[in-house]
Design a protein around this ligand. Structure first.
Ligand SMILES: Cc1cc2nc3c(=O)[nH]c(=O)nc-3n(C[C@H](O)[C@H](O)[C@H](O)COP(=O)(O)O)c2cc1C
Length: 175
């Protein structure tokens, strides 16, 4: 289903009162999706459950961002970031995402959960060109080295702004 989606320029806004919530297992397969997630992404619950979360991955998202996301989660850190997601009809929405390890009673990580809300337009103005440059670097470098090279570009951008990805994202979200 995913391979046949052609991205369009139609953007959806998430209402201030709405939260997109999903849970995954350790491999990123969806185990829970709330109604808002189904509505905005235009998938039925049966399409989402058991499916990799990359079902909503947009081609404008750099691989380097997801590499960083999984590095954070594997170290039991929570991830904050801006993500552009693809809907079933090719439209898209930008979110401010918070992904957290889901600990069981034995303190072991049994999966992850994510809460997403509308990304401010002012933040998208900064992040979209940065991600576009990262995607261009990945295309030039090819699949083997792409993510590392685009992360290097992200790190250089952050050094120039004297910030970490997390601080930049939280700053942009608050502004
Ligand atoms: C709880 C959780 C939520 C996630 N949410 C998203 C999301 O909204 N959009 C997205 O593209 N990837 C999301 N991911 C990351 C995907 O699992 C995947 O790494 C990413 O889409 C890149 O997929 P690919 O490397 O297979 O292309 C999430 C992962 C987890 C663990």
């Amino acid at each position: 289903m995913k391979a046949s989606i052609t991205p369009t320029n139609q953007q959806h806004q998430i209402a201030d009162t709405d939260f997109i919530v999903s849970k995954t297992d350790l491999q990123g397969r969806i185990t829970y999706a709330n109604r808002i997630f189904m509505q905005i992404s235009q998938y039925a619950e049966s399409d989402l459950l058991g499916t990799q979360h990359n079902i909503v991955r947009h081609p404008d998202m750099p691989r380097g961002v997801f590499k960083y996301l999984w590095q954070e989660l594997k170290q039991q850190q929570e991830f904050f970031g801006f993500v552009k997601n693809l809907c079933a009809d090719g439209s898209y929405y930008w979110v401010f995402a918070n992904i957290t390890p889901d600990l069981g009673p034995d303190e072991q990580v049994k999966g992850y959960y994510s809460v997403r809300r509308q990304a401010p337009a002012s933040a998208i103005q900064v992040i979209a060109p940065l991600y576009a440059e990262m995607c261009a670097i990945e295309q030039r470098a090819g699949s083997k080295e792409g993510a590392n090279k685009s992360i290097a570009h992200l790190e250089q951008f952050l050094a120039e702004h004297n910030s970490s990805y997390r601080d930049l994202v939280l700053q942009l979200y608050k502004n």
